[in-house]
Each structure stands twice: as structure tokens, then as C-alpha cells.
Design a protein around this ligand. Structure first.
Ligand SMILES: [Zn+2]
Length: 482
């Protein structure tokens, strides 16, 4: 308004006919008015820039550009010397972020990265261009990735600044897709999102692009239209089946309608059949890579069904979250595999033989993985398969000890730990002791997890012997358990 207006101020000139003293008084009044207007203008400018006052200490505006890039502008309420970010593999920020207008740099810190001015002075605004990482970052949520034709997927966690003591800063986001595009996050899909916060108070996936979200009674889905038709049909058939099954076995329905993102790529990679799944509270993302997804082979169908149910299980598990990301991931990953396998059997997607084969495969893989070291150290070593296979083996043994399914074990575990700060492995050991009515099984379980084993297959058998012994002492329960 006033900038424009300032531009248009000539109309003042028209008034030069007045006396000197009157002119001076008038001049003073005009001066005061102008000053006030300038002050308002400045405030207005700030308002105009942010449209509405920011609800957070940091406002992060992410604008979609061409070539899968985004412009990210950080505005802080108070002038700061550093903008800190959590650790992220692959030096992504150093490689993938380029400052607009110079004067800033990324510095690696003990806990991650930090943006600072090269001259060390304070700042309250910085603008940068972010590009997707060239290769998929292992065991990380992808900060910025290609999503379908002309679309991008953002994981807000890697763009959210941290406080000095390592907590998540009080941040709100603006998302501006390219022309005629939409932004989709949870139930929101709009031409623009302003002053946005995740409804789960947790980092989230946000899509920007031209794909229309499809809303069903179970999910708000953004599905890459280049996905093979059998995948889309399979997904449409599987989701309602699996979601109603999980609501039954967990004993509750999801509070918010989850977001699902499904994308495919790498059709030029012959023989590749890679399924990557990422789950966050209220959201999950499926990334299929490789030409082998073009055909609905038994293997591809099995992997798609089992892995998609696995990701869906995480939506229900989210009621009981681990205290920290690195806190015993075998607990929720193994249980998700065990519950998904039991769901495949219950839903008739597998027969008893398929189910047995899956369990045996988990046993064998766990024994192989534990030859590399203890389960407790697997994540540190990067032996991620141990977390899934041994976690499934343990979930089987825990459920077997009570003649129950893994889902009903988790149903009780969620009640036990869901109102705390998040569970730890100790919480699980304590819970097992409570359910078994003695410490022995729980003590052996801790020993199994924390000890490097020379002959892991022997230890796995011992665990099942203990599970059987515990079962024989346990009060009789429905006969479904292994
Ligand atoms: Zn998982």
C-alpha cells in the first residue's frame, strides 16, 4: 500500500500556494504524519511479507521451484547468530543447500549443522535454494525428494531448526507449490499453506505438485499415476482390508485419517524390486524402485502386501512411541513384521505354509545377523536387517509365551506405556516380567538382546524354549498363538 503509495506520492505537490509560517507548521505536521506512515508502512511491510503474524519463533517459507528445487527462507522473531539443525547423513545440507546472496555458510557442529553469517554478525532472515540429494540417504527420511511428475516431497524434520539445547524450535511453515500445483499434508490440500504446523506436533511429509489426492474412507492418498495399474488396484483392495483388521486386533481406530504417499521410479533398472517405506505419526510413504514392479509376480505381490501392512502397523504403534529414535528399534520394527505376517495369514493372503516359511526365514536371517554382534549394537553397526528379523523372532517368542498374537501383546503394551515420555527397552523387559509373572523370561530376553552370541541359532532356540515354558505356566488363552 504505502510503497506503492510512496511511489504515488506526487499528489502532495499540488498544494504550493500557502504562507511561510503556515507552510512551516503544515510541513511539520506532514512530517509527523509521514513519519507515522513510514512506521506503519514498515510494520505493514513485515505484515505484508508474512501476511499474518508468525505463531512460531521461526517461520520457514518453502517455495517450490523448477527442477525439484525449493527456495527456503528462514525468518526469526529475534536476531540470532546461529540457526541449528539436527544431524543428517551424507553432509546433505553442505552439498544440497546454496545460499542466495552469499554472506552465509553451513558449519558442521557436534549435534548436526548450523547456518551462520561469515562475518559472525546476527541475522533474522536467510534464504537458500535446496536441491534433492543425488542418492537416497540410508536410514534417513529424505529431506527433499522427487515425487511423481514435477512434484516434490519434503520431510519437515530436516528443515526445522533446533533450539540451543537440542529441542525442536517453535516453528511454523508456509508452503507455496509451483503454479496450479497443490500442497498436501494430512487432511490439508490447498493452493498454499500458511503458518502451518503438523497436527501430530511431529515432523511430517509434505507434498507439493500437481497430483490430486484421492480420499477414501481410510486414507488421504497421493499416488504417483505412473505406478503400474496392478499396484494401484492392489493398494485400493488391500488398504480397507488391512486397516479394518488392524483396528480390530489393536482395539482402536486411528484418530486422524492417515496420509499415504506412493511413488515409483527406476523402471530402467532391470531385475530390481526395492520397496522403501517410511512411517511417521499419521503418515506413511511407499517408494517402489526397479523394473520388476512392472509385473505382478508372486514375489512382487507378496512384498507389496507384507511391507504395506508393516507400514500401516506403525500408524497404530505410534500411540506408544520409543523415547528416542535410536531406542531399541527392534521392538517396533520386529513387531510390525510379526503383526504384518499374522495379518497376511488371518486375511487369507497367505496360507499356513507361507506363514511358516516367513517365520523360518526370520529365524535364519536373525541367526546370520547376530554372528556380526549383539542385537543391541546392530543399529550402531548399520546391521538394520537384524532389527527386523530378530525383532520378529522376539515378538513371536513374547506372544507365544502368553498364547496370544503379537497385536494383542502390543495392545496391552500400548496401554502400559502410552502415557509416558516414550518407552525404552527396560519398559519392555519390565512389562514381559509382569505378564509372565516372573523375572526369568525377561532376564533371558535382556541377555539375548545385549550379548554377542557365538552360536545365535542356539540362543534363538533357547528363547523359544523359555517362551514355551512360560506358556505352560501361563493361564490358558485362545489357541491361535504359535
Ligand atoms: Zn518399519
Amino acid at each position: 500500500m504505502c510503497r506503492q503509495a510512496r511511489g504515488k506520492r506526487p499528489e502532495e505537490g499540488k498544494h504550493t500556494l500557502l504562507t511561510n509560517r503556515k507552510v512551516r507548521i503544515l510541513g511539520a505536521i506532514v512530517g509527523v504524519v509521514l513519519l507515522a506512515l513510514a512506521g506503519l508502512a514498515l510494520a505493514g511491510l513485515a505484515l505484508d511479507k508474512n501476511r499474518e503474524p508468525s505463531r512460531g519463533d521461526v517461520r520457514v517459507s518453502i517455495e517450490q521451484l523448477e527442477h525439484r528445487q525449493v527456495r527456503v527462507v528462514y525468518r526469526t522473531k529475534k536476531a540470532i547468530r546461529w540457526l541449528n539443525f539436527g544431524a543428517l547423513a551424507g553432509q546433505y545440507r553442505e552439498v544440497g543447500w546454496r545460499f542466495e546472496g552469499g554472506g552465509f555458510r553451513i558449519v558442521a557442529t557436534d549435534n548436526g549443522d548450523s547456518i551462520e553469517r561469515i562475518d559472525g554478525r546476527k541475522f533474522n532472515e536467510v534464504s537458500l535454494i535446496a536441491s534433492p540429494h543425488l542418492v537416497r540417504l540410508k536410514k534417513e527420511y529424505q529431506p527433499l525428494s522427487e515425487y511423481g511428475e514435477g512434484g516434490v516431497m519434503i520431510y519437515t524434520g530436516h528443515f526445522s531448526p533446533m533450539t540451543e539445547n537440542g529441542g525442536r524450535a517453535n516453528v511454523t511453515f508456509d508452503f507455496t507449490p509451483r503454479e496450479r500445483g497443490e500442497v498436501v499434508a494430512f487432511g490439508d490440500h490447498a493452493a498454499r499453506l500458511e503458518n502451518w504446523r503438523s497436527p501430530t506436533a511431529h515432523p511430517a511429509f509434505v507434498y507439493m505438485g500437481s497430483l490430486e489426492p484421492v480420499e477414501t474412507s481410510d486414507v488421504m492418498a497421493v499416488v504417483d499415476p505412473t505406478a503400474p495399474p496392478w499396484i494401484i488396484d492392489e493398494f485400493d483392495r488391500l488398504t480397507p482390508l488391512a486397516f479394518s483388521h488392524l483396528a480390530t486386533v489393536f482395539g482402536f481406530s486411528l484418530e486422524t485419517k492417515p496420509n499415504l504417499f506412493l511413488t515409483v521410479s527406476g523402471y530402467d533398472q532391470e531385475g530390481r524390486l526395492s520397496y522403501s517405506g517410511d512411517a511417521l505419526p499419521g503418515q506413511f510413504q511407499i517408494t517402489l524402485e526397479g523394473a520388476s514392479w512392472l509385473e505382478s509376480s508372486k514375489k512382487a505381490v507378496d512384498i507389496f502386501r507384507l511391507s504395506t501392512i508393516h507400514e500401516a502397523v506403525h500408524l497404530w504403534q505410534a500411540r506408544a512411541h520409543p523415547r528416542a529414535d535410536e531406542e531399541a528399534p527392534w521392538i517396533h520394527e520386529g513387531a510390525a513384521d510379526a503383526i504384518a505376517a499374522q495379518a497376511m495369514l488371518t486375511l487369507g493372503l497367505w496360507n499356513a505354509q507361507d506363514y511358516e516359511t516367513n517365520l523360518d526365514a526370520a529365524h535364519d536371517e536373525c541367526a546370520i545377523e547376530l554372528k556380526k554382534g549383539s542385537l543391541a549394537g546392530a543399529q550402531q553397526r548399520g546391521d538394520y536387517r537384524a532389527l527386523y528379523a530378530c525383532g520378529q523372532v522376539i515378538s513371536q517368542a513374547l506372544a507365544g509365551a502368553q498364547r496370544e498374537s503379537t497385536a494383542s501383546f502390543w495392545r496391552a503394551f500400548i496401554i502400559q506405556v502410552s502415557d509416558g515420555e516414550g518407552y525404552t527397552a527396560d519398559d519392555l523387559y519390565d512389562f514381559v516380567a509382569i505378564r509372565a509373572g516372573d523375572q526369568e523370561f525377561s532376564r533371558q530376553l535382556r541377555y539375548f538382546v545385549e550379548t554377542p552370541h557365538a552360536r545365535p541359532e542356539v540362543e534363538i532356540d533357547k528363547l523359544f524354549d523359555l517362551s514355551a515354558a512360560s506358556r505352560d505356566n501361563a493361564p490358558l488363552a485362545p489357541a491361535k498363538a504359535r
